[in-house]
Design a protein around this ligand. Structure first.
Ligand SMILES: Cc1cc2nc3c(=O)[nH]c(=O)nc-3n(C[C@H](O)[C@H](O)[C@H](O)COP(=O)(O)OP(=O)(O)OC[C@H]3O[C@@H](n4cnc5c(N)ncnc54)[C@H](O)[C@@H]3O)c2cc1C
Length: 471
């Protein structure tokens, strides 16, 4: 938090002035300070932004608590006698909030230690490279816009924070709801559905697109849908909500599928998880002439907007709204400002993970995109079933590693489903980003027994040397 005693006087100019201290903004601040630049970091709420306070970290803490609950519930499978007596949400929240608080403390210490000036309050762009915060104008030789995103809702659907929630409200729930309708079967919707089901709620996902996690390879969607069905998570795909009404006990969601069939679902709560919009409205961006499209700020591969010296990073820039993309863009912009020659953030090989039970992890192209890019016959795929992987059997998870490669060429995409596969995405990213051929991967060793071996085995199979695979 800013110490008002250290706030710069009116007119202070920084080398880099950053609007928003989320993943993109604070990473830019840390790197710029490391490179010897003076940095002003404007933040209306808390340093760390969405990811740390109401995004990645608290949701993954909930998912971990959910995993603990599942372990207790399924302990018998492993010959361990334990019973799940229930979920103490106060305890879960205190664990979750403790994780966030410790990370927040560490981050604020880091920011302070690097000599970054945190300017507390809501900032608006009032000049080409000037931000005004509670009546004081600050300027920067370079300005970085990093104001992040907000949870969208649907036209006419009012979020009240009691019956109709966004993810932010959902993170603050003090009880486990008996039943929930989750509007939106993307990453955030599926993660909350997974948590609530593990905690014992009846969950129904309503998704307008034909499948869950529609941005993933269809094989991954299919595997997740199968696993969710098995877990008793209901879902209605190719179905839209046509209206929401508050009832005495909760909500009634009217739905219509793409064949015209209608119906309604009653539940205690409705989570609206229909995507996130750029937080750019009313901040003076348009007034100062920043080029935008549908509210997003347009930026080139170095994060430069159309205005001289003005950059943009993170969720306000069109592309995947992920924390690690924001971090990398922030670092890139700091290095670019410092006169270094950083490599542009490779949008095509940003790893993606859905941390549900089971997890989905992917990087690079899905099969369909690869075939339409390189030609239907120029692409080859291989799916390695986790059934052949010792560690996956030990932890009793099912799923696969699917590789997409150019025939006689590099691996273009890796798609994985199964508990813990998110931890394998680092190697998959290296393989794709370095344009490795399966033959480049086969000499590498994978520790035994790890789920990592599944990646190794899949590449062996694709190189025609399958060891632990049938056929
Ligand atoms: C429920 C949920 C789960 C998620 N899980 C993951 C995950 O597991 N992995 C992952 O990679 N990503 C995840 N994300 C996405 C991730 O949180 C975002 O991609 C990331 O936070 C974007 O960083 P950012 O810097 O662009 O914006 P933000 O983190 O949103 O930060 C923007 C900051 O700017 C501040 N701000 C805005 N306007 C002003 C203003 N006018 N003046 C001053 N300050 C201002 C805000 O208060 C905020 O702190 C999740 C998001 C949600 C909502």
């Amino acid at each position: 938090m800013a110490d008002p005693g250290h706030a710069p006087a009116h007119g202070t100019e920084f080398d880099v002035l950053i609007l928003g201290a989320g993943s993109g903004g604070y990473a830019c601040a840390l790197r710029a300070a490391q490179l010897g630049l003076s940095v002003g970091l404007v933040e209306a709420d808390k340093v760390g932004g969405t990811c740390l306070h109401v995004g990645c970290i608290p949701t993954k803490a909930l998912l971990h608590a959910a995993e603990v609950a599942d372990s207790a519930r399924e302990s018998e499978r492993f010959g361990v006698r334990a019973t799940l007596e229930g979920i103490d949400m106060a305890g879960v929240n205190s664990y979750k909030d403790g994780v966030v608080a410790r990370l927040h403390k560490g981050l604020t210490g880091l920011v302070k230690g690097r000599g970054i000036t945190v300017i507390e309050g809501r900032g608006t762009l009032t000049g080409p490279r000037e931000v005004t915060v509670v009546g004081t104008a600050y300027s920067g030789r370079h300005l970085v816009l990093a104001s992040g995103s907000y949870a969208r809702t649907l036209p006419g659907l009012e979020v009240d924070g009691e019956r109709v929630l966004t993810s932010e409200h959902a993170l603050r729930l003090e009880h486990v709801p008996a039943s929930v309708v989750v509007l939106g079967g993307g990453v955030i919707g599926c993660e909350f559905a997974s948590v609530w089901r593990s905690f014992g709620a009846e969950v129904t996902i309503v998704e307008a697109l034909p499948r869950l996690v529609a941005a993933e390879d269809p094989a991954s969607s299919k595997a997740l849908e199968r696993a969710f069905r098995k877990r008793g998570i209901a879902f209605r795909t190719a179905t839209r909500s046509t209206g929401v009404e508050r009832t005495e006990t909760g909500v009634r969601v009217d739905i219509e599928d793409d064949k015209g069939g209608t119906g309604s679902i009653e539940a205690e709560l409705l989570l609206v998880a229909v995507g996130r919009g750029p937080a750019t409205d009313g901040l003076g961006y348009a007034e100062q002439g920043v080029a935008m499209e549908r509210g997003f700020v347009l930026a080139d591969e170095h994060g430069r907007t159309n205005l001289e010296g003005v950059y943009a990073v993170g969720d306000i820039v069109p592309g995947l709204q992920l924390a690690h993309r924001g971090f990398q863009q922030g670092v890139h912009v700091a290095e670019h400002i410092a006169g270094l020659d950083p490599v542009p953030v490779p949008e095509s090989s940003i790893p993606r993970v859905t941390y549900s039970h089971p997890e989905i992890a992917s990087v690079g192209l899905d099969e369909e995109t690869a075939r339409s890019t390189y030609g239907a016959d120029a692409v080859e795929t291989l799916t390695y079933d986790l059934g052949g992987n010792g560690k996956s059997q030990i932890v009793q998870t099912q799923g696969f590693v699917k590789l997409v490669r150019q025939v006689d060429g590099p691996v273009l995409g890796v798609h994985m489903v199964g508990d813990r596969v998110g931890e394998l995405i680092g190697e998959a990213q290296l393989i794709c980003a370095w344009e490795a051929h399966p033959e480049d991967v086969t000499p590498l060793l994978h520790a035994h027994p790890t789920q990592n071996e599944a990646l190794g085995e899949a590449h062996l199979a694709l190189a025609g040397k399958a060891l632990h695979a049938h056929g």
